[in-house]
Design a protein around this ligand. Structure first.
Ligand code: DGL
Length: 257
């Protein structure tokens, strides 16, 4: 039975993988963590679009029946082109979860954490304009966050300093919703919670909604694995064998988060 492909620049998409595994335990999955070109966050849009195209092409060549671009940066740079090029293939992208945050805010201030490239893109601007009328949407680049997650340093003093530097100014401006607009950031959730400590602030992670969208599309396209299927899990990378092992280990961490 064909697998669902899940792609990210590196390890971050495993936060989405985890939600798909929870919701659809019978589905086989192929995770592609580029690894060779990570981080994407400061690269020009055209370059990210080219990398995303190569990655999705790779998953298509492996026979994937549906692809999740589990990377906000690649989604912002390339989702429309990818959907046009692979017209037969259902493709799910990441949208910054600005809508639920704007619906739930009581203070009228929402913070969105993402990479510079995502915050700079039309997708973020459009989403913020659509749902953020009468609401202050503060965009904050998670400087250093991706590198910390890639280095397994989520619990380190460096991680605490990096998270404080980005999140505290957003809290000081009155945000009561913090949107995780990059799939690496859920790995830093415990640290973000520590910085938020004592305040009535919600962290909004879009990955459960992405998993629900995957389920819905599988059903619509009649692609769901038959009941009782045994999921096969496979890990792919454009980096080396050591990175593939790293993905495998981080997938276990993600599943227990
Ligand atoms: N996980 C990514 C995202 O959701 C990419 C981060 C990066 O490579 O800079 O944006």
């Amino acid at each position: 039975m064909a697998a669902i492909g899940v792609y990210d620049s590196g390890l971050g998409g495993l936060s989405v993988w985890r939600e798909i595994r929870r919701l659809l335990p019978e589905e086989s999955l192929i995770y592609l963590g580029d690894g060779k070109n990570c981080p994407y966050g400061n690269r020009p849009k055209e370059e990210v679009a080219r990398l995303a195209d190569e990655a999705v092409g790779h998953l298509v060549a492996l026979g994937c029946k549906l692809v999740v671009v589990a990377c906000n940066t690649a989604t912002a740079a390339a989702i429309e082109e990818l959907r046009a090029k692979y017209a037969e293939l259902p493709i799910v992208g990441m949208e910054p979860a600005v809508k639920p945050a704007c619906l739930n805010t009581r203070s009228g201030v929402v913070g969105v954490l993402a990479t510079e490239r995502s915050l700079d893109g039309d997708l973020f601007r459009r989403t913020a304009a659509r749902y953020g009328e009468h609401i202050e949407v503060i965009a904050a680049a998670g400087r250093g966050f991706v590198e910390l997650v890639e280095a397994d340093k989520e619990q380190s003093p460096e991680a605490e300093a990096a998270v404080r530097a980005v999140v505290e100014p957003v809290l000081e401006r009155g945000a009561d919703q913090i949107v995780l607009g990059c799939t690496h950031y859920p790995f830093l959730k415990a640290m973000i919670e520590r910085v938020i400590a004592g305040r009535e602030v919600s962290i909004v992670d879009p990955s459960p909604a992405v998993a629900r969208r995957v389920k819905q599309l599988l059903e619509e396209h009649n692609l769901a694995a038959p009941a009782g299927s045994r999921a096969e899990l496979r890990f792919e990378t454009f980096a080396d064998e050591a990175y593939r092992e790293k993905i495998r280990r981080k997938a276990c961490v993600a599943e227990n988060m």
